[in-house]
Structure formats: C-alpha cells, structure tokens
Write a protein that binds this ligand. Structure first.
Ligand SMILES: [Zn+2]
Ligand SMILES: [Zn+2]
Length: 309
C-alpha cells in the first residue's frame, strides 16, 4: 500500500516567488487527500502532475487567507470534471460559508457533490476501510484544527509452515486466515488466525499541525507519527513575537516531535516570509539540536512513507 506526502506549498503569510502558501497532499494508493490549500496549490499540483480529480477529501486547518485562498480556484478548475464520488471538505466553523459564497459570487457550476463538514470537536472526522483522519484543536487567533491520518493496524505476518503443520493446505484457506477468519483443517479441527499470524503490525501516521501557539498537549496527538508536518514559522530568538501572534518557533516544533515519542521525521512548514533560503538553514539547525530527524519542507518535495515492520 503506497503512501507518500507532497509539499505543495511551504510558506506562511504571503507567497514568495519560490515559495507557495501552505498546502500538503497525501497520496494513498492513488487517492489524494489535501491538507490546506494556500495560494499556489494549483500550480504545484500541475507541476507534480497530480490529478485534481483524484482528491477525495480536503482538510482545512483554519480560515486565514494563507491557508484557504487556493480553494476557490481549485473548485473552479474542477467545476466540470467527471467524477462519481463526492468531494468531502472538512474545516472549522464558517468554512461552508466561505465555499458557498465563493461558488455563488464566482458563478461556479460544479457538476458533482461537495459535502462540507464543519468540525466542532476533537475526534475522527473521516473514516475509510483501513485508515481514518482525526482532528484535534490547536490554539491560534481563530478556531484552528490539527489533523492526523492514521492507518489501522495490519494483521501480523503469516506463517506458512505453521499453517501446513496445522493441516491447512496452501490455497484459499490461507487467504481467509490472513483476513482474520477461522478455518477448518484437513482433520476437521478449527484453526484460529492467531495460531498462524504474528503480532499485529502498526499502520502509518502523518500529522499536520499549523497554525498554533506551542502547548505541550499537541505532543500526545502526534505521537508515533512517521511524518509530523509542523509549523516552524520563527527562529527561537523571536519567541515573544511567536507567542504574541500565536505561532510556533521551529525549536518548539522540534520539542513536540521529541516529546511525542515515536516520531520518525519532522518536516517544518509555514515559514515567515522574512526568512530567505539561507536564513532557513539557521532555523533548521536550531530545531535539529532538539530533534535531529528534522527537515525543511520545500515546495513540491516528495516524501515516501515506508512501513516500518
Ligand atoms: Zn498561516
Ligand atoms: Zn493563521
């Protein structure tokens, strides 16, 4: 099962010539899931040759312009695409009003169903057969949510030798055991899946946290993330300014990654436009002192996520 992340934009506040506004895309077995849609999202999608039509759900953190101004253009672009599945959009209060008013004023005639769900509390907002997306509140100047895509645990490894020993021949019975069903052996006894499967293996997890004041409880929400994408808007010398504007420093993002436990990689995002590419190296170095597995996300960066067991 392929899972990979694409950074569509890594900037905060305003777009720069080489830095679109914040947007992250996850591709799982060909299905696309978009997290925020800042200005420039369409350009990155096109340059990465990712098909808009494959986006099945969009998750919006909050209704600040640098996170949502790409959305009307995306919907407009796709107004006449041929799709059977509805498009789900999740976000904070007033996201429906924003989308509906854009559709009305811009005269968009969209020929597929859009289902908008405003998030009002923490919990699972989107559920599919083998993964879910969970939302949790952040602390910003307006209502803002973080998201975590979590795959369900996978069955343990199948032990073919043990199955043969127990009298279950190779063939469809093996598939049934692997799917968690009990089957009857050649001698008529029932064989439970637990007899031939190892311990359950964990699924993968990707978390997306922007924009927020630092508070330590975020760590529990992002624990065990294979990829933790978190705002690192400022260097730590500007901590007072970050606190005042309800943003985080890269060092604080790294503290969350360290304290969460089980985070494999931290990708910083949503940089202040004050930082040149050169300055960002300094911001990265500060974060790496706290959490070495930190990288700077860049527009159109592709991050594959492998199973660990
Ligand atoms: Zn922002
Ligand atoms: Zn904001």
């Amino acid at each position: 099962m392929n899972l990979e992340a694409f950074v569509l934009g890594c900037g905060g506040m305003m777009p720069l010539p080489n830095r679109h506004l914040t947007s992250l895309l996850l591709r799982r077995e060909g299905d696309l899931f978009l997290f925020d849609a800042g200005e420039g999202t369409q350009v990155s999608l096109r340059r990465l040759n990712l098909r808009w039509k494959k986006i099945s759900a969009i998750f919006i953190s909050h209704t600040h312009a640098d996170h949502v101004t790409g959305l009307p253009g995306l919907l407009m672009l796709s107004s006449q695409v041929d799709r059977d599945e509805p498009l789900y959009i999740y976000g904070p209060p007033r996201i429906a009003e924003y989308i509906e008013s854009s559709r009305r004023v811009l005269d968009m005639y969209i020929n597929y169903e859009i289902i908008i769900r405003e998030t009002s509390e923490a919990g699972i907002c989107h559920q599919e057969a083998d993964f879910q997306v969970r939302t949790f509140p952040l602390r910003h100047t307006k209502t803002c949510y973080g998201y975590a895509l979590e795959e369900h645990a996978r069955p343990g490894e199948f032990n073919p030798a043990r199955a043969l020993e127990l009298g279950v021949p190779r063939g469809p019975l093996w598939s049934r055991l692997q799917a968690g069903e009990s089957v009857q052996s050649d001698s008529g006894t029932m064989v439970e899946p637990s007899a031939v499967l190892g311990p359950a293996r964990s699924g993968r997890k990707v978390s997306f946290v922007t924009d927020s004041l630092y508070f330590p409880e975020i760590a529990a929400e992002v624990a065990g993330s294979d990829l933790f994408v978190c705002e690192g808007m400022f260097e730590h010398a500007l901590l007072d300014s970050a606190v005042e504007k309800k943003h985080m420093t890269a060092v604080q993002a790294a503290m969350l990654a360290r304290d969460a436990g089980g985070v494999k990689q931290l990708a910083l995002i949503h940089y202040s436009p004050r930082y040149t590419e050169y300055d960002l190296k300094r911001v990265l170095d500060e974060a790496r002192e706290i959490f070495p597995a930190t990288i700077l996300s860049r527009d159109r960066m592709q991050l594959p996520l492998e199973y660990v067991d």
